[in-house]
Design a binder for this molecule. Sequence first.
Ligand code: HEM
Length: 462
Amino acid sequence: MADAAVAKKLELGDIQGLVLRAHAELHWASYVFFRVADAAGARKALQALVHDHAITTAASVIAPRHARPRKRLQLALSHAGLVRLGLDEKSRQSFAPEFQTGMAEPARSRRLGDRGASAPDAWELGGGAHQLDVLLCLFAPTSHERDELAAHWIDRLAPSLALELREDATPRRGDREHFGFKDGISQPILRGDPTRDHIPEVDRIADGEFLFGYPNEYGKLPCAPRSAGGADLGRNGTYLVFRKLEQDVAAFWRYFHLEAGGVGAEAERLAAKCMGRWPSGAPLSLSPDHDDPRLGADDAHNNHFMFLDHDALGERCPVAAHIRRANPRDAKGDNKDDSILMVRRRRIIRRGRPYGPPTADPRPLDGDGARRGLYFIALNTNLGRQFEFVQQTWLNNPKFAGLANDRDPVVAQDEERGAVSLPASPFRRRLAGLPSFITVRGGEYFFLPGLKALERLLTACR
Ligand code: HEM
C-alpha cells in the first residue's frame, strides 16, 4: 500500500465503462479472446483502439440515456498477453502475484477449490486449452448488432491479434440467472460515482477497492503496477476475474424437489433458504416466509437489510446461504462495527452474464443435454484480499462463521456431497447429500486498464 491519500474525483473519461455500469440495457454480449500473433502489430492495433476512442468510457455510460453509445467495447489483458506484447519482466512483476501466475496455476486452483471436474486440466477455456492474451467484452442491443460488432473487431485486429475463442452470452430471462433467481441486485457502488448519491452509505465503497489511483478502505492508495521506467500503469484500471461456471439446473431443482417430498412450494422455499433470496430477489431477511415479488422488484428496498440485530442465528437467512457467505454485511464477527469495516474490504463488483439457452421449464427435473451457466466476472484491485478471499474463506469454507461442516449450497464446486443447516425454531433442518450444481469450465485473470495507462503500457513494451 502507498501513502495515506485523500479522496479525489473519478477521472471518468479515462476509466472503462464496465467499472461503473454493467451495460445491462444492452442485452447481447460477447467475450472475444485473442492471442498475440505478432507483438509489434498487436501493439499498434491496440494503440489504434485508444486513438479511435473505440473503448467505452465511464463518462459515456453515465451520460443521459440518448447520448450513451449504442454498442460498447471494453478491453482487458492477461499476464500472458503482457508477456507476448513484450512488457519486460521488471514491469510485469509490479502486477499482483495472482495475476502473474494466472488462474490455472496449481496453488491458485487449490485456493479457489478448482478440483476434479473443475480442475484446469479439464477446462474448455483457458488453462492449457487456450492462449487468452487479450479479451474484448462487446455489448449491443440486438443479437445481429452484437454479431456485427464481433465480426468487425475480429477482422480489424487480425492478423496480429488472432481470434482464439468467442464466447457469447445469452440475455437473462427476466433478470434471472439459470437457476431462476433474480441476479445483479446487490453491488458495491463507488463512492465517487456521481450519479449514485441516493445509495445507502453501507454500499458506498472507497473507489480504491475497485480502481487504482484512489484511496481504498484502508485510506491508502492501492499499490499500482508501474513500468520499470516508473510510469504508472495502474491508474484508473482494475483486475477482472473471468470464470465460466456451468450450472446443472435439473440437478438443482431435482435435489430440492426430492427434499421437499415433491411439493413445489416447499422446494422453492428450501432453494430460497440456500440462496438467501426468493426467486423474485426479495431477501429472506425481510420476507422470511414467502416470496414477495413487489419487494423483489423494488430496488429502493430489496437490499436494505443487515443480519446481526434481527437474525443473528440465521433463522430467516441461514448463515450458510449464498448471499450471506458472499457478503456477511454486519455478521462476520460478534462486533457489528468491526464486521462492517472488515466486510467493506472484501467487496467485489459483479458483471457476469448467463450463457446457453434458458431451460424450457424454469424448474426442470430432467436434463435437456444443453450446456448453460454463468460467465462470472468480478472487478477488484486486490485479487487476493477480495475475490480469492470471498471464494476460499467465505464460499468454500466448511467452517465459515462458526458453521460445523457446511459449504455454499449453491455455488461450491466440490465433488463430494455436502450438507447445509437451515436454522429454525423449534428444530433446525439439515440438508444432506447436497451435490455440486456448478462446474468450473475455465477462466483467467485479466487487467482492465485505464485508457492513458494502456497507452503507457503499450509504449513500455518492446
Ligand atoms: C453460477 C454461479 C452463481 C450463481 C448462480 C449466483 C447467483 C447469485 C444470486 C441469485 C445472487 C443474489 C442476487 C444479487 O444480489 O445479485 C448472488 C449474489 C452474490 N453472489 Fe453469486 N452466484 C454465483 C457465483 C458466485 C461466485 C463464484 C461469487 C464469488 C466468488 C459470488 C458472489 C456473490 C456476491 C458477492 C453476491 C452479493 C451478495 C450480497 O451483497 O448480498 N457469486 N449470486
